[in-house]
Design a protein around this ligand. Sequence first.
Ligand code: SF4
Length: 363
Amino acid sequence: MTSPERLRGAAAPKSHNARTIAALTTNPGCSRRAVMDAAGIDKERLAAYVGFPARFGQSQFAITRGNVFEAQLKADGCAELLRLLREVLGLPIPQVSYDDLESVDQLDARADRSRELLTRAAGGESGTLFDHPLLRLEVGGRWVYLEPDLIALQFGGTFYVVEIKSFAVIDGQADGTKVSAAATQAAVYVLALRRLLAEAGHDPGLVSHEVVLVCPENFSNRPVATLVDVRKKLSVLERQLARMARIDPILESLSPDLTFDLRPDSSGVPQRPVAELVDGLGQIDARYSPECLANCELAFFCRHEARGTTASLGKSVREELGGVPSVDLALSLASGAVAPADDQEEAAAMLRFAAQLRSECLS
Ligand code: SF4
């Protein structure tokens, strides 16, 4: 059986952050991603090497806008943010305490200091606002640091995770995909905070399953706060993290000498034949869907590989056309050129009906 170390080769394992951990939940059925992430393989480098570089990430403009918005909220000891939290959580007026954990330089020292302050607060001692606490979470057998742009707020014995985002809420509505991604990231912090408290002997239920999402309102920099329930996100996340620790059955199905090592030669350039790496990727089952384009560095490779399959058209098509694997077969069933097998009858009837509607519309 191959091992995560052999798959990764000489490279150092790629670290996760809240965004990459959150992305794990968007396609929990994909074995390829599970193996790559558990082995800590640099998917971005691998995708570029096989000719399908990733093309996603925040624009510099969005990053700058986000930083300005966060700085505005946190100015003067989080005065603006505190006003919002008082509204959304019914926080009473009395004085709150504020700890700026970003001021601790060393990562380990900052994580230790965060842990000390948060567990002390869980025990009923002082502590209200914790700016940039550093949390740790075990992912695929390795500890990763999470540097949230958030504040954990302790009020009335309950911790709330606060996530600040720069996308706008317009007339009370925000882009659903962006809200969902922000909620998933916040769920990562909720999970890390719950595990931190549990390890220190406190009730993990002290961390609320509701997170506070703070965004600018109506094209201005005026902030608005909303409570978002992340229970569903949490259960998907926990399932996926547990699955990462159990990739042995997948590894057993792979050839023992499989590796994605991109060790460079003396001139600094990897010499692995691309075809060998593509073959290796082909050994691990993938489950491409259009959502991969926004969440996984291998998306363009997997999309190319899945071209012509009905599953590549998205989850709803995958479900509606179960048993009809290719677009060619779907078209043949729709036109009646091919007779459906027993398990394709239902999908074939739907396809014929759709084809009939289409021809009526066109004529
Ligand atoms: S892009 Fe490929 S590897 Fe990544 S989640 Fe999608 S199918 Fe899996």
